[in-house]
Design a binder for this molecule. Structure first.
Ligand SMILES: N[C@@H](CCC[C@H](N)C(=O)O)C(=O)O
Length: 260
């Protein structure tokens, strides 16, 4: 039996088991183990598990697994949390470039607040009652009234498994505008298969969708999630979005050990 050290981090309530895997001691193909570690009754409890690994060219590599144990697409809140974790491990100081599943990310950390550069967005699909875009992860966005009482779980689940997404699925965001550049957002997350308190790639997608559909003319947008507020800013260039930054607090909650 061997002991593995883990840290628990959260970014606006999206929580992660974080492991320093620079020595490759964690069995990352063990889907059942990852799902068990993320289980809130039988494990540590988290929306996902993140490994910090060595990178040949950059400061580190981020490997992200959803709570169901499968490797996920990009996680924005997880990306912010791993920057705080890398600082804690003294892998970085205040600025970094790291590898993730969707490419390189630059980030800056100051006073526990992480500003993370997200991938450029070249395409935003607009339909009569929803929008779709990929900010590193796929996001379906629907603007609704009365978001407080909205049935995010059941409506989100039926959209996630329905046409045109089916097996591959999507994350599903419900949004209500509060003022010129503030939006309330609730997200059903693929791979967690439940509503989470916050989704970073979802917040990024909503900010861009709101601007693209002319709900705001501001290119810095505040997203009020159930776990706190995120800020997204971006540059615009004939329907494509560059220099996209996701900003918010990333916090270490506790550390511990588990047996393999
Ligand atoms: N919580 C994440 C989103 C993670 C990706 C997602 N669940 C998927 O694989 O579809 C975030 O903060 O972006």
């Amino acid at each position: 039996m061997s002991q593995i050290e883990f840290y628990k981090y959260q970014g606006t309530g999206n929580d992660f088991v974080m492991i320093d895997n620079r020595q490759q001691q964690f069995p990352k193909n063990d889907t059942k183990l990852i799902a068990k570690l993320c289980d809130r009754k039988f494990g540590i409890g988290a929306d996902g598990l993140i490994l910090l690994e060595l990178s040949k060219l950059h400061d580190f590599t981020m490997k992200y697994y959803n709570a169901d144990g499968n490797e996920g697409s990009m996680c924005g809140n997880g990306g912010r949390c791993i920057v705080a974790f890398a600082k804690q491990l003294q892998v970085i100081e205040t600025d970094t470039i790291f590898d993730a599943v969707d490419g390189l990310h630059e980030a800056h950390i100051k006073d526990g607040i992480v500003s993370l550069k997200m991938k450029d967005v070249a395409e935003v699909e607009q339909f009569s009652d929803y929008m779709f875009l990929d900010t590193g992860s796929p996001h379906h966005i629907a603007f609704v009234d009365g978001i407080q009482d909205f049935d995010v779980y059941n409506t989100g689940k039926s959209i996630r498994y329905g046409a045109p997404y089916f097996e591959k699925g999507t994350n599903v965001n419900f949004v209500e505008q509060q003022n010129e550049n503030t939006f309330k957002i609730r997200t059903y997350e693929r791979g967690v298969e439940d509503e989470t308190l916050s989704c970073g790639t979802g917040a990024t997608a909503v900010a861009i969708a709101a601007y693209h559909s002319k709900k705001t003319s501001k290119n810095n947008v505040f997203l009020e999630t159930l776990g706190g507020t995120l800020e997204v800013s971006f540059g615009t260039d004939t329907n494509s979005y560059k220099k996209v930054f996701l900003k918010g607090k990333a916090t270490m909650v506790f550390k511990g050990f588990f047996e393999l």
